[in-house]
Design a protein around this ligand. Structure first.
Ligand SMILES: Nc1nc2c(c(=O)[nH]1)N[C@H]1C(S)=C(S)[C@@H](COP(=O)(O)O)O[C@H]1N2
Ligand SMILES: [Mo]
Length: 366
């Protein structure tokens, strides 16, 4: 396998009649989504948050583990877990979503982790400020980029690697960027990055490097595999546009009860409170519009107060369900004026597909 031709090649695109393969099924069962009914919780309980692990969960011995801050810094640091935990603590409630959320709904389907819409969760992340740690290390005058390296190791399209992503020094110095060691008040679970992960509020999941063990300050844009892969491209040869912050999305807590196989929803006629969540990494949510007639007409839902700058917001709308089939839709708009498209935003990697969700319900006869 030639490394050159494999480097940063976006996902293969499925033939129009090609079903989900065993490879995709294997990824889907390792990397589970959040059951949508768990949106009833303001903070997603441990174990219900979505998971995305490119390789294996690495075995990390917390006693010998160290975080190194190296590269273009005046004071390189080597820190153990107790030292990191002794630094000033911050807890932030943050909604995190995989950039590939919605991928399996694209036509044609880019082949990778086949998310429908459930690659999202909200946690209370506790850790310490990355900006303060960088100040202690003191980047040199030429420093411009910060590379984060995880302990997990694997091979992706022929490229052997540890999971690595970067931020500009400016983005890394944002006050809300945390080095996190607790999730919902408990030690970070192995699958979410034990003992330490990066949390960059508002950004898509690939930024939030788990099993973090090295922070390297450099003076050049990072071009590693994961940096090159997460870009919006129509054509595999394009340079593309890097993915950064989460596009707005609203989801419904599925009303009524489901059919086991199709997940279609069933309801009795009468008053129903439609509820859901909405978020955007760009700006606060301004409105959530709901349609009970497949997008023909829209009504503004009540949006609940924000719980901090980075967590999803609850919304609700009363509906009088009449017997028959209905397609329920929700659409979020943020204060930056970004909203959800009615046509799929297709790209080779299957990223940032925030097409409006459509939930089919059958209201039974009275
Ligand atoms: N080291 C490492 N960090 C990683 C990943 C990974 O595979 N390895 N996956 C990334 C991706 S693509 C996502 S969406 C988030 C998922 O975080 P979660 O599993 O805690 O929800 O972690 C990110 N950080
Ligand atoms: Mo992701």
């Amino acid at each position: 396998m030639s490394t050159g031709e494999q480097l940063s090649t976006p996902a293969r695109v499925a033939e129009l009649d090609e079903g989900i393969s065993e490879d995709e099924l294997q990824l889907a069962s390792r990397n589970h989504g959040m059951p949508l009914e768990a949106m009833r919780y303001d903070v997603t309980p441990l174990g219900l948050h979505y998971l995305l692990i490119h390789y294996d969960i690495p075995a990390v011995d917390p006693d010998t583990w160290r975080l190194r801050v190296t590269g273009l810094v005046e004071h390189p640091l080597v820190l153990d877990l107790d030292t990191i935990r002794a630094r000033p603590r911050t807890t932030l409630r943050v909604t995190m979503e995989c950039a590939g959320n919605g991928r399996a709904r694209l036509v044609p389907r880019p082949i990778s982790q086949p998310w429908l819409v459930e690659a999202v969760g909200t946690a209370e992340w506790t850790g310490t400020s990355l900006a303060a740690l960088l100040r202690d290390a003191t980047p040199t005058a030429s420093a411009s980029e910060v590379v984060f390296t995880g302990s997990d190791h694997g091979i992706e399209r022929g490229v052997e690697q540890n999971y690595q992503r970067s931020l500009s020094l400016r983005d890394a110095s944002d006050d809300d960027v945390l080095l996190v060691y607790e999730m919902n008040g408990a030690p970070l679970p192995p699958q979410h990055g034990f003992p330490l992960r990066l949390v960059v509020p508002g950004w898509y999941g690939m930024t939030q490097v788990k099993w973090l063990h090295e922070i390297t300050v450099t003076d050049a844009p990072f071009t590693g595999y994961q940096q090159a892969a997460y870009r919006l491209r129509q054509d595999p040869d394009e340079t593309g546009v890097p993915l950064t912050r989460m596009e707005p999305r609203a989801l419904l807590i599925p009303p009524g009860w489901p059919d086991f196989m199709s997940r279609a929803r069933f309801l009795h006629p009468g008053p129903v409170e439609l509820r859901g969540r909405a978020w955007s990494g760009h700006a606060p949510i301004s409105t959530v519009d709901v349609s009970t007639d497949d997008g023909a007409t829209w009504t503004a839902a009540d949006v609940e107060p924000a719980a901090g700058d980075w967590a999803w917001r609850g919304w609700k709308l009363s509906w009088h369900a009449q017997p028959g089939h209905h397609a329920l839709c929700a659409r979020a708009t943020d204060e930056a004026g970004r909203s959800q498209p009615v046509e799929q935003p297709w790209n080779r990697g299957g990223f940032a597909n925030n097409l409006i969700q459509r939930v089919h319900v059958v209201v039974l006869d009275a």
